[in-house]
Design a protein around this ligand. Sequence first.
Ligand SMILES: *Cc1c(COP(=O)(O)O)cnc(C)c1O
Length: 453
Amino acid sequence: MESKKFLLQEQDIPTAWYNIVADMKNKPLPPLDPKTKKPITAEDLYPLFAKGLVDQELNETDAWIEIPEEVRDMYKIWRPTPLVRAYGLEKALDTPAHIYFKNESVSPVGSHKLNSAIPQAYFCKQEGVTNVTTETGAGQWGTSMALAAKHFGMELAVYMVKVSYHQKPYRRSMMQTFGAEVIASPSMSTRAGRDIITKYPNYQGSLGTAISEAVELARQTPNCKYVLGSTMNHVMLHQTVIGLEAEKQMEMAGEYPDVVIACFGGGSNFSGIAFPFLRHKLTEGKDIRIIAAEPASCPKLTRGQFQYDFGDEAGYTPLFPMYTLGHNFLPANIHAGGLRYHGAGSIVSQLKKDGLMDAVDIQQLETFNAATLFARSEGIIPAPESSHAIAAAIREAEQAKLEGKQRTILFNLSGHGLIDMAAYDRYLAGDLTNYEVTDEDVAKNLAEIERII
Ligand SMILES: *Cc1c(COP(=O)(O)O)cnc(C)c1O
């Protein structure tokens, strides 16, 4: 058998992140102040976010942004991550396709989220911040932030979506082990939390609500900033270390992907693996397909609308241009907690609108079928989120087989599922179901949102 793993050295960890906005012909529309409907300025964002991150957020001119040495040093704990040729999966599928995956599950927290948690904590610390707040869905982001905040000597409070707080108790333990405070959301500790509990007493929470609570606490706490794990431009930027490494590793493998795939919650792991390859399409006209795989129960890219919407449920954030199901959308309690978010990041939304990428939606059972096949053929139990990417890669490999053509597929394994075994238990017991979103649901939520474009 030829080489299975493509490994880089420490010195190959990228020295700069790739800022795709600099290369986009149509830049994302600016975020707007909800009251005045005027574009948000850096000064508007400084009270809530660290200055270094705001400047990255609004940077439209520099394609490369240097990674600070202290951040690169921390990346060395687990980066560079392996690129793996999935011979076992290819054999199981009897496909002529070549399947590669970038293994981000090897990080100390088990997912890609640490790639952005470290720089976010670093830039907060740089300006003397002592306290940070954030939200977490399945707990991957909160765990990453807990580790990063502790490393830089800051206190962290995490609002964890209630359904995950109960489904994934070990992620809560991980956050607490790293020294963070964890609160199930919705909680009675904020106005946003109390309001939604009053309206829906049994509500199990969503990322949108948890963001509202974290933002509210940050605003009330001195010397405190809010950080978040996806959708915003600076998060996408930090995650590009994934694709920049993968670019070199595909070269080592002597191949170039026909299609690049990642699962999609708000877009950070997707952007991470895809943007460095999209760069070839934007700057050299390279022919490459880029696919985001989202849950059928939360289908913002495939069935949402492109418009301005809030990033959170209570409407505390600026208005962002995005594909959205409406910030009041209450997603079903699927096990891929990290994908239960109503909107897509602004950069990805613009790319989708301009036809530079595609999206597919996948039902929960198909993702667990894919996850089980992957576990049995590659020996890694994937996160329920990542399983959406695996399912989409399998669809591509099966299509290649039908056409009798070779096709090189690269997907991102955003995390492992070792803390998600309760979900696998339910799948193995035959207790998991698919969730349909009706067109009426989507239309009803969107009708409640003010149209600006
Ligand atoms: C959070 C998470 C996701 C979804 O977030 P994105 O910002 O869309 O990448 C996907 N996979 C894993 C393992 C996660 O933890």
